[in-house]
Design a protein around this ligand. Structure first.
Ligand code: FHN
Length: 478
């Protein structure tokens, strides 16, 4: 008994020392995370239930489309100014060629709707600094081009009319603005950059004020030392946006803390409302389940690394519609949102290759989107045939099958002893139930009907929570 008590005291001491050490490790921060865990308000629930969005990169870079003075640059088309070393004044004069007479915001919105996108994120200003709205804070904006009209307003109206939310991408990095600095090395930098921060703050306030249906601000270009040394500003911006537009959502890329830590503060807590660091990559569906501790979004290009329009479509491998569908499902299965990018041409038309991809994705979504919207990580062990998702409202679990085993048997493992499968059927034919057999502790075989499947398909699992599974099975003693 005495030994147990001694052990307990020792364990207690160890626990309190560890706790103390952990407490001590927390750094006091003024500009770190201001909320812990997922936001649970209606606006965030809505964002989370959308799951699939369309990203649009459109700016002056769409005019040269990756080609400068007859030379094709393989790097991202929106970086052409930098890769072709174009002087700022020369690049900026592209605005006098900006006249996308074939731009039809309604056609873009219809395409997004058919594809199944629930929100659209538009580059209001990319690194080149050109603004798609008539900003009062710079003349480098669409109002001073031959086109003149407010692109942003047309997009917001057209997408909202289709029931699609609009999110604003904003690059803090600005190649056009004379006060932008990559680092603060002296007092002059400090003064100039302070002017830049005021400018960007004012533009963001202008966007939040003038486009009241905006649902999210998607920051980019915040990785330089200049911003890392001004974490206070990133917090001021987040606060201001939320004051002007209560409920508005802000991605993690905006923020830097007191010590320049980005995305996650110096204590490891996420800043902003969701993690937006997944760019052109998805989490590993087996190892990275912990990402579900906070909201997240992955953004993806169709070519390897082109966001803006590039004249050459085949510079790199371009993903197929089914690869992209798999990414949408994979992302939902891990509790994230998926943002798929499009780069419209300088004339305002979305290239035919992207239209075709969107249309094929939309065809699949039309039949199967029930496994995406309002769905989440299901808690079932990942299997080689595909992904599980779970509808948050109905509790239905979906198996989205991408790889059909030659045996025709899909293996599944219930997450616990209580969960039992009561019914399985194809999403496209609920009257056709599939045979199920429990094979060992909490593991089941599901038998596919003898038919060939031409595209990823869905099996619905209805479950009960009153099982007492597993008692009759014994693990081997080896
Ligand atoms: O440099 C940009 C790039 O052009 C594109 O906008 C992507 C989208 O996430 N963000 C930056 C790189 O992280």
């Amino acid at each position: 008994m005495r030994t147990i008590v001694k052990g307990m005291i020792a364990a207690g001491m160890l626990f309190s020392t560890t706790l103390h050490a952990q407490e001590k490790k927390k750094v006091a921060l003024q500009y770190g995370a201001h909320q812990f865990g997922k936001r649970t308000d209606e606006a965030m629930e809505h964002w989370r239930s959308d799951r699939f969005g369309q990203f649009i990169h459109w700016g002056l870079y769409a005019i040269p489309g990756g080609v400068w003075n007859g030379k094709t640059y393989n790097y991202a088309a929106e970086f052409l100014k930098s890769s072709a070393k174009v002087p700022t004044a020369t690049w900026d004069s592209l605005m006098y060629q900006f006249n996308p007479t074939q731009f039809d915001a309604k056609a873009w919105a219809k395409m997004a709707k058919q594809m199944g996108a629930k929100y659209m994120t538009i580059t209001t200003k990319h690194h080149e600094g050109f603004c798609l709205w008539p900003s009062s804070y710079t003349s480098f904006n669409v109002g001073n081009t031959p086109y003149k009209k407010d692109i942003l307003k047309q997009l917001v109206e057209a997408y909202n009319a289709e029931g699609i939310d609009v999110h604003f991408y904003y690059s803090v990095l600005d190649w056009h603005h004379p006060d932008w600095r990559y680092d603060i090395k002296n007092a002059d930098d400090s003064i100039a950059f302070r002017r830049y921060l005021d400018f960007a703050y004012n533009q963001l306030k202008e966007l939040a004020t003038n486009y009241p249906t905006v649902k999210c601000f998607w920051f980019d270009g915040t990785w330089d030392n200049s911003i890392k040394k001004n974490g206070w500003w990133t917090w001021e911006v987040e606060k201001m946006l939320k004051q002007v537009r209560p409920g508005v959502i802000v991605n993690s890329r905006l923020r830097a803390d007191d010590f320049g830590a980005r995305h996650k503060d110096s204590n490891g807590d996420l800043m902003g409302d969701y993690e937006s660091g997944y760019e052109r990559r998805l989490p590993d569906p087996v190892k990275d389940i912990q990402v579900t501790n906070w909201d997240w979004e992955a953004c993806m290009t169709i070519p390897e690394n082109q966001w803006g329009y590039h004249r050459e479509w085949n510079l790199s491998y371009t993903k197929t519609p089914l690869e992209l569908v798999e990414m949408i499902v994979h992302t939902t299965s891990m509790g994230g949102n998926f943002l798929l990018n499009f780069g419209p041409q300088g004339n305002g038309v979305i290239r035919k290759e992207e239209q075709a991809i969107a249309s094929t994705i939309g065809d699949w979504m039309k039949v199967n989107s029930e496994v995406i919207y309002n769905c989440d990580y299901a808690g079932w062990k990942k299997q080689d045939w595909g992904y599980f998702t779970k509808n948050k409202a109905t509790g239905k679990v979906y198996m989205v099958v991408f790889n059909v085993p030659i045996s025709g048997i899909l293996k599944v493992q219930a997450p616990d002893d209580k969960t039992r499968i009561s019914k399985t059927y194809l999403l496209t034919n609920s009257s056709q139930q599939l045979a199920i057999k429990e094979t060992t502790k909490n593991q089941f075989n599901i038998y596919l009907p003898a038919q060939s499947f031409k595209e990823p398909f869905v099996i619905v699992l209805e479950t009960t929570e009153n099982g007492k599974g597993g008692k009759q099975y014994q693990d081997a003693k080896t």
